[in-house]
Structure formats: C-alpha cells, structure tokens
Design a protein around this ligand. Sequence first.
Ligand code: TYD
Length: 328
Amino acid sequence: MRVLVTGGAGFIGSHFVKRLAAKGDEAVVLDRLTYSGNRANLEGVEHEFHHGDIADPEAVAAAGTGCAAVANFAAETHVDRSILGPREFVHTDVLGTQTLLEWARESGARYVQVSTDEVYGDLEPNIRSREDDPLRPSSPYAAAKAAGDLQVLAYVRTYGVRASITRGANTFGSHQYPEKLIPLFVTNALEGLELPVYGDGKQVREWLHADDHCAAIELVLRDGEPGEVYNVGGEEFENIEVTHRIVELTGVDAGLIRHVEDRAGHDRRYALDDAKLRTLGWSPRHSFGETGLTETVEWYRANRDWWEPIKSGEYREYYERQYAHRLA
Ligand code: TYD
C-alpha cells in the first residue's frame, strides 16, 4: 500500500514511516519541516519526501498522488507553545485537517486522524475517558485538536469519507523534540541543567511508547471502522515520579529538580479507557516503568549528535521565553 504520512519527519510520524518501510509499504511523507520536523529522523529509511503544508491543497494533492490512505501526524503539538501563540495551532490542526479531509473526499483515500487524550480535558481520580465522552479541551492546543476531530466526524457523516480517529496518551521514545517533559528533562539532566517541574508535580499522565502508538494507528488504518474513535492508552505516573526516575537513570543530583510556576490551565490528570482498541487486537509491547524509560534515556545518552544541534538556535529562544522567568 502507498500511504501518505503527513508530519512524517516529526517524532511519532517518523516512527510510523519506519514501521511502514519495514513492512514493505510505500511511505510518502508530506512535512512542512517547522521547528520540530527533522529529516535526520528518516535517515536511512526508504520513503518519498515532499516539503509542504497540509493546509495547502496543492501541496497535499501533489504528495497524495496514488496514495490509498493517509495518516495525519502533522500538527502543532506543544501545550506551552499554544499558550504563548495559539494561532499557528488553528492553522495546522484545524485548517490543515480540513484540507487533508477535502483531499480524502476527492480521492476516496482511507484516513486516520492522529489525535490526543487532551481533547477530553481534566479527569478526576478513578475515571477513564471513553471515546464517546464529551470533549472539554483546556489548552489552545487541545481545543485545536478537538476542532480537528470534529471536522473528521463531519466529513464522515456528510461526505462519507472513510476516516477514523485515534486518541493517544503521552508518547515517549527516541527522536522526540526536547520541549516535551521526558526529552527536556533527560537532556537537561545530561547537561547538568535544572529540571523545571510545573507546580507540585502531582499531575498524572499516561505514558505510551512511540512504537506501540504506531502499531495502534496502523491497526486502525487497516481494520478500524470509519466514523469511529479509538483511545490508545499507556501507564499512569505522576510527573514527579517520572522526574525522580530520570534523576536516577541519568545519575544526577536530585537538587536539579526545581518546582516552578505552573502552566496556565494545567490539566491534573488524563487517563484513557482503551478497551475498544484492544478488541481490535492491540496491546502494548513496551512497559514504561520496566524498560521503556530506561531505553529512552539510553537513546538520548548515545545520541547527543541528534539533540545538541536542536538545543541551540530556535530552541534557545523558546526556552528563554518559557523558562527564564520561572527559573530566575
Ligand atoms: P508535556 O510533555 O508538555 O505533555 P502534555 O502537556 O501534552 O501532557 O507535559 C507532560 C506533563 O509534564 C504535563 O503535566 C506538564 C509537565 N511538565 C513540567 O512539569 N515541566 C515541563 O517543563 C514540561 C515541558 C512539562
């Protein structure tokens, strides 16, 4: 199968391209190569590359030629950046999604929208989100993803587009841009820099390995029902527990942990009920607590040449804006 992978030079997208290539499927990548897109993520991996924006119908049509399916990984994804500047999120996550859906409508391609648990918003302890729960996004990022999901469902109902949605938990693994909790804290620790924990650090996230996440997306692409949503869950940990494990695994002093001013609108907890996806035959192969985090830390330790160049340039400006006053 020839599959259009938008955002294929990003973190989860590049893991998906590797998966397709390993199985002998043809991956066509459309990526705008914004700050977090990186062609080095696809080095040595068989694929066809197109540089362009998913909100540009011509770029989508050119890349999509001959593709029977599309998996949409292209998105602005970082909550803190969405708080600093929400507009770009609406462009890519809403208008971009609608543009891709229009292409799927015209071409008849199968469509999978890669979404997030954040669309459900904050959860009390002991509750897990199910696919038909109301959407209560808290951040501009989550609101943009929720709007994208609603576009998908409208295109299924109105135009009969064969689209499904996956809503994944916090994803970890190699090649993740060092703005997210795990790669930020691991690389900071390896550089001897402080680890800025927002608020009390007792917020809960579920952690899902990039390969398990991609296996779920591939399964939904092949066997999922149009119009259906599938949660992809992970293992629950408090941020402060994750932080202490990173301190242990990198061997740094726990004194590097700094509790700093909280994120605005910060969700306390996400948790997914993924029974529906398990009925399709998915189960995770990587355990975050046992080996997953350890292997990820090892990857960052062994691949400084991947992240050191990223942590200069644009990243520095962002880091200053986001953390300088918090760490002052
Ligand atoms: P993040 O990796 O940004 O993912 P998301 O916001 O999509 O869950 O953050 C994960 C958790 O870690 C979240 O509760 C915010 C927290 N966090 C910090 O405490 N400090 C940080 O510097 C970052 C980036 C995140």
